[in-house]
Design a protein around this ligand. Structure first.
Ligand SMILES: Cc1ncc(COP(=O)(O)O)c(C=O)c1O
Length: 356
């Protein structure tokens, strides 16, 4: 197998334990949407089932895949449902629903009165994506309460827009707005994503909702996961499939975007944008070949990249690490001008996931 994503169950569980230590006494809603951030939805859910208090996905299809695989843990649908058939399906599979707009409340009001739903009512405290703003929040709460026995449980939540930037005043403002909204309400609350878990102990609420930190990466631009006590759960590993000598002045790859400034030894690695590597990864991005960090050169192609191994003892068949514990995905993301979340989620279906 040339390219594979090796996923460490010990790292996933260790990261969960680290999150619990950072948020003592809180319950953990483990975010496994988007194929568990590229790590493999079902295997990750199996690994965390029982260790996390509940799982969260964005869409009904993701939840159904989990139930189909026999996952019995509570599952929260972070976007809720959008029509009556989806609501019936959610009921059949005992999914918990985020409710973020009035149409979703109307669906519940019109639903089979014999069914009961666990609802997470979402407040928009400044993200301006999903949720009820302050003026509508009280009325939404009342309408849900009026569902009577159809409302099995009500909890409140909001989502931070800038918690990954601890110096941003936005988190403070969102907290202030949320405190005003929930005043006098007895329901459990959930606010914190990975960044807030580590940077805002005062914002952890009853339930924390880690995504990225579970997978061992840092949400903060200025530090990596290891400095937060996390272990990268994925090793995106591949192999050198060819080596060539490229004379000074020759170019490498599509559109001749890299030119050898000296006689160079170039290793070709089985990994490309067909595997989810971003085509925008520039020359100079770090790659580890046979334990040595070397620069990517030229344009990422569908199935291959080239790296400059001049002066480095490398042979065909040598192991390559695109990211993992020895090369944090955050560093690769920075080189690509993006974030770790995007690189992890982009790992494509072609890449075998191997859970260890
Ligand atoms: C509503 C919600 N909560 C929690 C998370 C987890 O965020 P993170 O991966 O930053 O921990 C997400 C991810 O986007 C989300 O949409």
């Amino acid at each position: 197998m040339l390219l594979r994503a090796e996923v460490s169950s010990a790292a996933l569980r260790g990261n969960l334990a680290r999150i619990r230590a950072a948020a003592p006494g809180r319950r953990v809603l483990a975010v496994v949407k988007a194929n568990a951030y590229g790590h493999g939805l079902v295997p990750v859910a199996r690994c965390l089932e029982g260790a996390a208090d509940a799982l969260a996905v964005a869409r009904l299809e993701e939840a159904l895949a989990l139930r189909g695989a026999g996952i019995r843990a509570p599952i929260v649908l972070l976007e809720g449902v959008f029509d009556a058939p989806a609501l019936a399906e959610a009921a059949r599979h005992e999914l918990e629903l985020v409710v973020h707009d009035e149409a979703q409340i109307a669906l519940l009001e019109a639903a089979d009165p014999a069914q009961a739903y666990s609802v997470w009512l979402k407040a928009d405290t400044g993200m301006n994506r999903l949720g009820f703003r302050a003026a509508a929040f009280g009325a939404a709460c009342q309408r849900l309460r009026a569902l009577g026995p159809r409302l099995a449980r009500l909890r409140l939540m909001t989502h931070f827009a800038s918690a990954d930037r601890p110096d941003s005043p936005q988190t403070e403002e969102q907290l202030r707005r949320f405190a005003a909204l929930r005043q006098g309400r007895p329901e459990e609350v959930s606010l914190a994503n990975s960044a807030a878990i580590f940077s805002r102990p005062d914002a952890q609420g009853d339930w924390v909702r880690p995504g990225l930190a579970l997978y061992g990466a840092s949400p903060f631009a200025d530090r990596d996961g290891q400095s937060l006590g996390l272990t990268p759960a994925m090793r995106l590993a591949s192999t050198v499939i060819a080596l060539r000598e490229v004379p000074r002045g020759e170019t490498v790859g599509y559109a001749a975007r890299w030119r050898a400034g000296r006689d160079s030894r170039i290793a070709i690695v089985a990994a490309g944008y067909g595997d989810g590597l971003l085509r925008s990864l520039p020359s100079g991005a770090p790659v580890r070949v046979a334990g040595h960090e070397v620069p990517l050169v030229g344009t990422v192609s569908m199935d291959m990249i080239a790296v400059d191994v001049t002066g480095t003892p490398v042979k065909t068949g040598d192991p390559v690490l695109l990211w993992g514990p020895e090369l944090p995905v955050e560093r690769v993301a920075t080189a690509a001008g993006t974030i770790a979340w995007e690189l992890l989620c982009a790992v494509s279906q072609r890449v075998p996931r191997i859970m260890r």
